[in-house]
Design a protein around this ligand. Structure first.
Ligand SMILES: [Zn+2]
Length: 239
């Protein structure tokens, strides 16, 4: 009876829990902090009793771990700022993405990462991975695991990044609940395309139509927020 109740509870939790917009650096930040702490403790322990060679080898690992932590911390902060901007500038859309579910009604988490330009292809400013789980065509998967999507945004100005993010999340909004049918369309529509830059942007692509619609809504909401006389330019290109 207890097992039965537990199964029911799990099902209820699974259906009631919300998908989340998650900082893609969250896990790496914890890992980098722990790694630096471990090396720091190790350094304290070997400083007296062991050889110089061993000490300097650990010291070198410690210095590298410090640089990694600095990098991860920087881009974790930039990503956190961008997610906060989404909640400030376009909260209703953030709510829709935060509650996104696949065809089965199961939650899908969205991992967002701001990357330095060297970590992205030359023409790429924003990307969303697209992939299906092997055992279920309706289940999205990314490097973060099953039921996840990975969105990468190039580090640039704040106003560009928020538009890039909304653009990518509008792809997500269409693709997650329609993954299986969209993948059939996708393979057929882009089979002769050589450049991946155009993927998802054919005129009749339903994912592209979702982007056009969302960008229009965002720009209209920005116009309403804009103060009289402001020269804020909302025109986006190369997204
Ligand atoms: Zn796009």
């Amino acid at each position: 009876m207890k097992i039965f109740a537990l199964i029911i509870l799990n099902i209820i939790v699974s259906y009631c829990s919300f998908a989340e917009i998650i900082n893609g650096y969250e896990h790496n930040l914890k890992k980098a902090e722990q790694s630096l702490l471990n090396l720091s403790n190790l350094l304290d322990n070997v400083s007296n009793a062991n050889s110089d060679e061993q000490y300097y080898r650990i010291k070198s690992h410690y210095q590298k771990a410090k640089q990694i932590l600095k990098y991860v911390h920087t881009y974790h902060s930039k990503t956190a700022d961008l997610i906060n901007t989404l909640w400030t500038m376009h909260p209703s859309f953030g709510d829709q993405i935060n509650g996104i579910r696949n065809h089965h009604g199961l939650v899908t988490d969205i991992y967002i990462s701001v990357n330095p330009k060297e970590r992205m292809n030359r023409n790429q400013f924003g990307t969303t991975n697209i992939d299906q789980a092997k055992d279920d065509p309706h289940t999205y998967q990314s490097s973060f695991g099953p039921n996840t999507v990975s969105v990468q945004i190039r580090d640039c100005s704040d106003w560009q990044m928020i538009q890039l993010l909304i653009h990518e999340l509008a792809h997500v909004k269409y693709q997650v609940p329609n993954l299986s049918t969209y993948m059939d369309y996708f393979h057929n529509a882009y089979q002769h395309f050589r450049s991946t830059d155009s993927f998802g942007h054919k005129k009749d692509d339903p994912s592209n139509l979702s982007v056009q619609k969302e960008m229009k809504l965002y720009q209209e909401s920005m116009k309403r927020r804009r103060k009289p006389g402001s020269a804020l330019d909302l025109t986006a290109s190369n997204l």
